[in-house]
Design a protein around this ligand. Structure first.
Ligand code: GTP
Ligand code: MG
Length: 401
């Protein structure tokens, strides 16, 4: 059974999953057919020694085309502590780990790669760390005893760059561990129970530290070994997802997260609206040049500006209708609806222009006697006005079917 619904770990194991135990180790796999048997054997041998009968291994496979799940399933006879989850609907490393933890029976939840790049021997030190009171024990490549065996200069550089970027955006998360990209760690269930985890991409550890109630952390050095079988799934997409994840965590945790929740400001939409606005500035400039420049049509300035401004407004309307507010305009595609939106948009933007001039004068005369700074402030105020009023009045669903 694959858990569904929100990505929340229950405070104690679900009664349906059986008797509670100490440690659950999730092994996310995708096309690891040639590794799965070996890793299960090695992990079982080690854990049988440290905590016999008090652990489980949970393979979470995303319906690998090489049928890793089938191979894993066939091992359960010899390894009674092994459970296998074959996911056919959801995809992705981070959610695989969380789904595994949701079904877990342990009070300590761990994760390890299925390709033998994480040395299993380190498990004991990680378990010791937890035993000594840590909420989170992370295997790290960046402390004493850690390293990467043969990464190219480029990959090392990218990895460090990603870490630096993360430190800038989320210092209170990335700053707590030396290897925030580690995919090999264990955490106390109580530290992450009852919060909705919502990771994008690969880096589940960021999510655990960012949203969980993690007190003490210990780290254990390890050397990231070479892959022997199977192939890497790391592509450029992971870097993009990583940045997306950082921004999302930044906006939803800490002070910013609380403010964000309170005012409930649609930040993504606003950014799109701002980008469209920039495109309008460009259109306005080009038309103004074509109409009024002495080397082109040389029309009077005011007349040129009115035409340029209106074309820019039309440009912005089209983009906003097709992109910024696409979800709303999709529901009302008839031409008279569009026309109505366009007229409203026009009026609101004109009012925005008045506000722009007003704020410019007020700020310049009474607050900051610098016309460019004053203008920037005026533009910002007018943009927020344009956005907010258009959001409330122009792009809203009026017909209830
Ligand atoms: N369930 C599941 N597992 C995944 C997915 N992507 C990767 N994995 C597994 O997650 C672990 C780490 O993935 P890798 O591709 O080895 O990533 P990596 O270790 O950072 O990179 P390499 O050094 O290139 O191996 C492996 O056990 C993969 O099989 C996925 O989408 N779903
Ligand atoms: Mg790997």
């Amino acid at each position: 059974m694959v858990p569904t619904g929100s990505l929340q770990i229950p405070e104690s194991p679900l009664p349906s999953s059986g008797k509670a135990i100490y440690f659950s180790l999730v092994i996310p796999t995708y096309k690891e057919r040639d590794n799965i048997q070996r890793i299960v054997r090695i992990l079982s041998q080690l854990l049988d020694e440290y905590i016999p009968e008090d652990y489980e291994l949970i393979v979470v496979d995303d319906d690998s085309p090489d049928r890793t799940w089938e191979v894993a399933q066939s091992l359960t006879e010899d390894y009674p502590q092994l459970r296998v989850m074959r996911r056919q609907e959801e995809r992705g490393l981070s959610s695989a780990v969380i789904r595994g933890w949701q079904a877990a029976r342990g009070s300590i939840l761990g994760v390890i790669d299925g390709d033998l790049q994480h040395p299993p021997e380190v498990l004991q030190q990680l378990l010791n760390g937890i035993e000594q009171g840590a909420d989170l024990a992370v295997a790290s490549r960046n402390i004493e005893g850690g390293g990467v065996s043969s990464w190219s200069v480029v990959r090392r550089f990218l990895s460090r760059g990603a870490q630096l970027l993360g430190l800038i955006i989320l210092p209170n998360v990335l700053g707590r561990v030396s290897d925030p990209m580690s995919g090999y760690f264990m955490v106390r269930r109580s530290a992450i129970a009852n919060v909705t985890l919502n990771p994008v991409g690969y880096k589940i550890l960021l999510e655990v530290i960012g949203r969980g109630e993690v007190g003490k952390i210990t780290e254990v050095g390890y050397v990231f070994c070479e892959r022997k079988e199977g192939e890497s799934k790391v592509t450029w997409k992971q870097y993009v997802e990583y940045i997306h994840h950082l921004i999302r965590l930044r906006l939803s945790t800490g002070i910013l997260g609380r403010v964000h929740k309170q005012i409930n400001f649609p930040i993504g939409r606003f950014l799109r609206f701002g980008l469209v606005g920039l495109s309008g500035v460009f259109v306005d400039m080009v038309i103004l040049y074509l109409l009024s420049d002495p080397t082109t049509l040389a029309l009077p300035l005011t007349r040129s500006k009115i035409i340029a401004g209106e074309i820019a407004i039309f440009n912005n309307f089209l983009w906003n209708d097709a992109w910024t507010f696409a979800d709303v305009s999709m529901q009302q595609q008839e031409w008279h609806h569009r026309l109505k939106r366009f007229v409203k948009f026009n009026i609101i933007c004109l009012a925005g222009l008045l506000i722009n001039v007003l704020v410019l004068n007020l700020v310049f005369n009474f607050l900051i006697p610098n016309r460019y700074i004053a203008n920037l402030i005026a533009i910002a105020v007018a943009t927020v006005w344009n956005f907010w009023v258009n959001l409330k009045l122009s792009w809203r669903v009026t017909d209830v079917k």
